[in-house]
Design a protein around this ligand. Structure first.
Ligand SMILES: [Ca+2]
Ligand SMILES: [Ca+2]
Length: 254
């Protein structure tokens, strides 16, 4: 069964695995259009916030959140609905979990953004969860997130008092979102979450996955994806995702 509800999933005690190829219709895009949107090009893989003539991924996200420049000119100022351009490289997150102001650990995003890489095998965002005990990308407002041509890996959403409270740090090892999420030509692999959504948890808004791979993620429920909103998947591969309770590939939470 591809999709199961939470109560049904909880009754299934068997350790579940999945390997499936999805070919379903897409329902559209979550992208927000802004004729004045900026492209913020990251030029260092270091996870550093400092006025140092280099634009880090975390600094680019800070600009997106502020819709301004917070970097003393290191990064282009954001204007809304912006694009973060990530050249080939491995962007390893540092610091600890526990803040939602994009200070350390996961990338906390609060305005619409597209994060665009050079290819899922070339541009890698590593959540470094073994050190951060945190996911990779966390969106706690109803804004659109698009990831394009990127690998998201290494997130471990293992917050306090999991698994049955609503602590966002227990959901969505790769991506946690309260808004629409669009994943294209990307790989969400090797992430984990204690409660649900090893690869992704999308609570609200449309989740669209196109030409992407969701593999090797693990969680209590919804090893690949856990979601509450509509989900459209096209030409994408799910493999090796695991759930201890229900929804090894996708858990549709009701
Ligand atoms: Ca800088
Ligand atoms: Ca956070």
């Amino acid at each position: 069964m591809l999709v199961t509800n939470l109560s049904g999933g909880l009754m299934r005690k068997a350790f579940l695995k999945c390997r499936l190829l999805f070919v379903l219709l897409s329902l559209g895009s979550a992208q927000t259009d802004n004729a004045w949107a900026a492209t913020i090009t990251v030029d260092t893989t270091a996870d550093i916030v400092a006025t140092d003539a280099a634009c880090s991924l975390r600094e680019a996200v800070n600009n997106v959140n502020a819709m301004a420049d917070t970097t003393g000119g290191d990064c282009v100022a954001a204007t809304g609905g912006d694009i973060i351009s990530l050249p080939a490289g491995r962007y390893t997150l540092t610091g600890a979990t526990g803040d939602d102001a994009n200070l350390s650990g996961d990338l906390d995003i609060s305005n619409a953004v597209t994060i665009k890489g050079a290819g899922a095998a070339k541009t890698i965002i590593n959540g470094n969860g073994a050190v951060t005990a945190d996911g990779v990308i966390q969106v706690q407002t109803a804004v659109g997130l698009t990831v394009d041509r990127i690998m998201i890996t290494g997130g471990q959403a293992s917050g306090q008092n999991c698994p049955y409270n609503k602590n966002p740090d227990c959901f969505g090892g790769g991506i946690y979102s309260q808004g629409a999420v669009t994943v294209t030509k990307s790989t969400i692999s090797g992430n984990a979450a204690t409660t649900a959504g090893g690869g992704m948890t999308v609570f609200k808004g449309l989740l669209t996955v196109t030409n992407s791979t969701i593999s090797g993620n693990a969680s209590g429920d919804g090893g690949g994806i856990a979601g509450l909103g509509p989900t459209a998947i096209r030409n994408s591969t799910f493999s090796g995702n695991e759930a201890g309770r229900g929804g090894a590939c996708i858990l549709k939470m009701l």
